[in-house]
Design a protein around this ligand. Structure first.
Ligand SMILES: [Zn+2]
Length: 126
């Protein structure tokens, strides 16, 4: 497989990760704040904007592991806790509402991390 083909596949994976997170936060907002999926409340919208920005600026780029496995904790503490709440709530529900996204995200989590990710994890002590 050529390099360019590999990176376009990786790009698709990142786009999917963004979609997965959007679906999770929509699910969370709908159930907690009663907002329809297309209109997040301002709090959830801010969290989504923040997560998108972090994803776009991730130092690993297309080598990024799923955020749960990433050795670099780039989220500010406050946002990190909110994201964890969203994932804890929406994660299991994703299997019902968006089974394909949920399964693909699980598969992404099973892939071994790239050498760059492993090297960083060692440097940061795990
Ligand atoms: Zn909300």
């Amino acid at each position: 497989m050529s390099q360019s083909r590999t990176s376009s596949l990786q790009g698709a994976r990142l786009r999917r990760e963004r979609r997965t997170f959007e679906a999770m936060i929509a699910c969370y907002c709908l159930d907690h704040h009663g907002r329809p999926e297309t209109h997040l409340c301002s709090e959830c919208q801010a969290l989504l904007d923040y997560a998108r920005l972090r994803l776009a600026r991730c130092r690993f780029g297309t080598e990024k592991p799923t955020c749960v496995k990433c050795p670099v904790h780039c989220y500010q503490r406050d946002y990190r806790e909110r994201v964890r709440d969203v994932m804890r709530y929406a994660g299991p529900r994703m299997l019902w509402r968006h089974p394909i996204l949920a399964v693909l995200h699980l598969v992404d989590g099973l892939r071994p991390p790239s050498a760059k990710v492993v090297a960083t994890a060692v440097k940061c002590g795990g």
